[in-house]
Design a protein. Structure first.
Length: 414
C-alpha cells in the first residue's frame, strides 16, 4: 500500500491514528477502520442490492429500515475484524451529505451515538469528496488533481485542490450514468437471464455489452456543441426505451421474455459506447480548461476516476485514450473502493484529521445535520462556458475496433 500520507512528517501524525468510517447515503451500510498509512484494519459492508433489484429500484423507507436493521452489526463486525473497541479509535467519520435523507439519518444517528458514548471526535463527510479522495489511500496521488466521479446518483468533473477545497468544472444536468444503466438493464429485462440476475444494472450491461457490436445502434451523443463540461444522460433513457420497444415489436417479444441475445448484446454495447463517448467529450474539455487556466501543474497531470461506474472497463479504456492523447495519467481505485463503502469515509476522515479541519467534539454535535443535496466545492462551470473552448474530438475508434475483434474471437471460441 502506497498511500499519499505514508511519508507525512511526524509533526502531523505523532503516532498511529485510526479512524472509523460509516456510510449509509444510499443502499449500502458500510463501516471500516483505517489508519494513517492507508491500511484497512477492519471492514464490513452490507449491501441491499438484492432486495432493491427485486423491487425494481430503491424505495427510500425500505432502504432506511434495512440500514437500521444492519448498522449495529456492520459496525461491530468492522471493529471485531480490526480487533478493536470503539474506545480504541481516534475519531468517527460519517457521511452526512449528499444522499437519500432517510438513509443518511441512520448513519448520522449511529455515528453521533458512537461519538457521544466514546467521547471521540466526530467528522462529517461529503460523500462525493470521499469518492474523490479514496485514490490517495492506495496511491501517491498529490494535490491538485482532476477527478471524474461517475456513479448511480452523481456525475461530475472537478479539481481536487486539497482535502477540503474542490472546484467544480461540470456536472450532470439530469440523470447520472449509473442510473441510466440501471434503468436500461431493467427495461431490457436482463434480470430474467440467469447470469445477470444478481448483478447491478451497470455490471449486467457491461457483461452483455462485451459480446455486442458498439456501432449497431445510433444513440446520438448529447451536448456535442455545448462548450462546457456538463453532462446529460436523460436522452439515453428515452432512446433505450424507444429502441427496445421497436425490437420487441419486431421479434414479437411478450411478457418476461427478452429480445433475442445477439440483438440484446448489440443494444447494450451501443448504449455503453455512447455513454463512454459522452463522458470522453466532457473529460477532454475539462482537461483543456484545466490546462488553459493552469489549474494542474505539468508534473501533476492526473485524472482520477471514481464512483460505481468507474468499475466499467470500457468506460475506463475510453477515458484512458483521451488522457493518453492529452498527456494525463488515469488513476482509478480498485473496484471495491469505487463503489460505496465505509473505507472511503474513514479515509476522508483521515484526510481531515491530517489538516485538522471539520472535526467536531462529541459534545458539540447538535449543529450537524444531514443534507440531501450539496454541491461540491467552488463552482467554476460558468467560467468554463465563458472560456468557449472548442474541441477537436480525439478519435476513439481504437476502442471500437478492439471490441469487434473481441466479439469475433468469442464467436470463434463458442
Ligand atoms: O458509487 P455507487 O456504489 O453508488 C452511488 O453513489 O450511486 O455506484 C453505484 C452505481 C450503480 O448505478 C451501478 O449500476 C453502477 O454504479 N456500476 C457500474 C458497474 N458496477 C457498478 N456501472 C457500469 N459498469 C460497472 N461495471
Ligand atoms: Zn457513491
Amino acid at each position: 500500500m502506497k498511500s499519499a500520507l505514508k511519508n507525512e512528517p511526524n509533526l502531523v501524525f505523532k503516532r498511529s491514528v485510526t479512524i472509523l468510517g460509516i456510510e449509509t447515503s444510499c443502499d449500502d451500510t458500510g463501516c471500516a477502520i483505517v489508519n494513517n498509512e492507508g491500511h484497512i484494519l477492519g471492514e464490513s459492508l452490507h449491501s441491499q442490492q438484492e432486495i432493491h433489484l427485486e423491487h425494481g429500484g430503491i424505495i427510500p423507507p425500505v432502504a432506511r429500515d434495512l440500514h437500521k436493521a444492519a448498522i449495529q452489526n456492520v459496525v461491530k463486525k468492522a471493529l471485531d475484524a480490526a480487533n478493536m473497541k470503539i474506545a480504541d479509535v481516534d475519531a468517527i467519520a460519517t457521511t452526512l451529505k449528499p444522499g437519500l435523507p432517510l438513509s443518511l439519518i441512520i448513519g448520522m444517528q449511529y455515528g453521533k451515538h458512537l461519538s457521544k458514548i466514546s467521547k471521540k471526535p466526530f467528522i462529517p463527510i461529503h460523500h462525493m469528496e470521499a469518492h474523490a479522495l479514496t485514490i490517495r489511500m492506495v496511491e501517491q496521488v498529490e494535490f491538485p488533481f482532476l477527478v471524474l466521479l461517475i456513479s448511480g446518483g452523481h456525475c461530475l468533473l472537478a479539481v481536487a485542490q486539497s482535502a477540503t477545497h474542490f472546484q467544480l468544472i461540470g456536472q450532470s444536468r439530469d440523470d447520472a450514468p449509473g442510473e441510466v444503466l440501471d434503468k436500461a438493464a431493467r427495461r431490457l429485462k436482463l434480470r430474467n437471464i440467469l447470469e445477470f440476475r444478481s448483478m447491478s444494472g451497470g455490471q449486467a450491461i457491461e457483461l452483455a455489452a462485451s459480446r455486442g457490436n458498439p456501432k449497431a445502434y445510433e444513440f446520438g451523443i448529447p451536448m456535442r456543441t455545448y462548450r462546457n463540461c456538463d453532462f446529460s444522460f436523460s436522452g439515453f433513457k428515452n432512446s433505450i426505451h424507444r429502441i427496445t420497444m421497436a425490437e420487441e415489436k419486431k421479434y414479437e417479444v411478450t411478457g418476461g421474455q427478452t429480445i433475442p441475445k445477439p440483438v440484446l448484446y448489440d443494444v447494450c454495447a451501443s448504449l455503453q459506447h455512447s455513454i463512454a463517448i459522452h463522458i470522453c467529450h466532457r473529460v477532454q474539455r475539462a482537461i483543456e480548461y484545466a490546462n488553459l487556466k493552469q489549474l494542474i501543474p505539468p508534473n501533476r497531470r492526473n485524472l482520477v476516476i471514481s464512483g460505481g461506474v468507474a468499475c466499467n472497463k470500457y468506460i475506463k479504456r475510453a477515458v484512458g485514450v483521451v488522457c493518453r492523447e492529452m498527456d494525463y495519467s488515469v488513476r482509478v481505485p480498485p473496484p471495491h473502493l469505487c463503489t460505496d463503502n465505509g473505507i472511503m469515509i474513514a479515509w476522508n476522515g483521515m484526510e481531515r484529521w491530517r489538516v485538522q479541519d471539520g472535526i467536531y467534539q462529541h459534545d458539540n454535535l447538535d449543529c450537524l445535520d444531514i443534507q440531501a443535496r450539496c454541491p461540491l466545492g467552488q463552482d467554476l462551470s460558468e467560467d468554463v462556458s465563458k472560456s468557449e473552448i472548442k474541441c477537436k474530438w480525439i478519435s476513439l475508434s481504437e476502442l471500437y475496433a478492439d471490441n469487434v475483434t473481441e466479439t469475433l474471437v468469442d464467436a470463434v471460441k463458442t
